[in-house]
Design a protein. Structure first.
Length: 152
């Protein structure tokens, strides 16, 4: 049975419920994204980067955000018995997706290149990727160890 055929077999109430479910996910992702992006913007206002300078604020936002992602995913997938179905879309996709900003990271690289700082742009490109991936791994590993110790 194809998806359109399956849709036609469901009752009108089931179709309404599925639509409501999809819209609730969209709504919580949007709300979380607004919170995360606002936090990132506040950080960039608090610690602005000078023209042609290394974008430390966005670097640390991405590293810290990735560490929180590592902790969050381990807790949600390994420690929580039945997390609310909107928790991951709200916090994982919305808040942390809005907070971490690899689009701004790309713009920062372009700005550095435009300012003639190719070496700094390349360093930022490589160091951010390495630091973000390392942060996820270290945070997830540390969280698992804490959870194991608590179970003993």
């Amino acid at each position: 049975m194809t998806v359109p055929e399956a849709e036609s077999v469901r009752t009108p109430a089931a179709r309404r419920s599925a639509r409501h479910s999809r819209w609730s996910v969209v709504a919580v992702v949007a709300a979380g994204g607004a919170l995360g992006a606002s936090a990132r913007y506040a950080a960039s206002l608090r610690w602005p980067t000078g023209a042609g300078g290394f974008p430390w604020t966005i670097f640390w936002v991405n590293v810290v955000g990735c560490a929180v992602i590592g902790v969050f995913l381990v807790v949600v997938t390994e420690a929580m018995a039945a997390p609310h179905r909107l928790l991951r879309p709200f916090f994982g996709t919305g808040v942390l997706g809005g907070f971490t900003t690899f689009s701004t990271y790309a713009v920062d690289i372009q700005k550095l290149l435009d300012a003639g700082r190719a070496g700094t742009a390349l360093a930022y490109l490589a160091v951010t990727l390495f630091a973000a991936l390392t942060a996820v791994w270290l945070a997830a590993t540390a969280t698992r160890r804490v959870l194991i110790r608590r179970q003993r």
